[in-house]
Write a protein that binds this ligand. Structure first.
Ligand SMILES: Nc1ncnc2c1ncn2[C@@H]1O[C@H](COP(=O)(O)OP(=O)(O)O)[C@@H](O)[C@H]1O
Ligand SMILES: [Mg+2]
Length: 267
């Protein structure tokens, strides 16, 4: 298992000695689970979580988003216990916008819990809408097929960024998109990450997507889950479609696949 050392840098996310049981402690989904993501100031980072279905990836994101408390263990965000002030949004595969609200209303909701007046919320939301490439769509309802799948994910990303650009949690966010939209979304996310120096925690089953996006890939083993392996993706920080043709990229994809197979055999 991976041992996380405390190097003295601030921690963006710290999950410590987490266990998760749904049957009063007879079986554990996660046990002695640790994950530390350190702050890399003025850089941000892209962390991808990989693991077989059911190993607890979504559960880990739900802890960080504050949607679920573990059975035991501690969850810290920026070295503090998570509160409404440092809330973290989550982007799901299923569209997570409210279809009876407009794009603008959905995005502005990201600031609703922060005591900011409506005018200012909407002004900030408009900036974010432009940034994710949805200018001109503000007044449309955030519903399919008024907006495409990719556009709906852009709405969710804009809302999350507005709420807290420091941390983005993404749970298989591009899984339902066609290949062209998916590649466009990957590149947009690259740009966002470099602009805001965000810490992005991203779950996917697509190894090529993982290597393309990540600085760090963590592989979770199946229940009782822990982080079993860590791969540093030492590709250039600025990536585009040509990056996927580099021999180094192709080697990494193969290496990650091999290491996932190894982890899948762990008890
Ligand atoms: N409320 C619940 N009650 C019982 N089991 C649950 C509950 N929520 C999740 N689980 C179980 O926890 C495990 C991890 O789920 P999840 O985090 O969704 O996995 P992943 O996202 O890696 O596919 C799964 O086996 C799932 O069935
Ligand atoms: Mg999941």
């Amino acid at each position: 298992m991976i041992q996380f050392k405390d190097t003295g840098l601030a921690n963006v996310i710290e999950l410590k000695n987490i266990s998760q049981s749904y049957d009063g402690g007879k079986t554990f989904i996660l046990k002695d689970f640790n994950l530390i993501i350190e702050d890399k100031p003025a850089q941000g980072q892209f962390v991808v979580l990989l693991g077989m279905s059911g190993c607890g990836k979504s559960t880990v994101l739900r802890y960080i988003a504050g949607l679920q408390e573990p059975t035991s263990g501690s969850v810290m965000i920026n070295d503090r216990v998570r509160t409404d002030e440092n809330r973290v949004g989550m982007i799901f595969q299923q569209y997570s916008s409210l279809p009876w609200l407009t794009v603008l209303e959905n995005v502005a909701m990201g600031l609703e819990f922060k005591g900011i007046n409506k005018k200012e919320r909407e002004d900030k939301a408009l900036e974010m809408i432009e940034l994710v490439g949805l200018k001109g769509h503000e007044k449309k309802f955030a519903e399919y097929p008024t907006l495409s799948g990719g556009q709906l994910q852009r709405v969710a990303i804009a809302r999350s960024l507005l709420s807290n650009p420091d941390i983005l949690l993404m749970d298989e966010p591009f899984g339902a998109l066609d290949i062209k939209t998916r590649l466009q979304m990957q590149e947009m996310l690259e740009d966002i990450w470099h602009k805001f120096h965000s810490t992005i925690i991203f779950v996917t089953h697509d190894i090529s997507e993982a290597v393309f996006l990540a600085d760090d890939i963590y592989i979770m083993k199946s229940a009782p889950s822990q982080i079993a392996d860590h791969i540093v993706v030492d590709l250039p920080l600025q990536r585009d479609r040509d990056t996927k043709r580099l021999p180094k990229f192709l080697d990494l994809v193969q290496e990650v696949e091999d290491r996932m197979m190894k982890v899948s055999e762990l008890k």
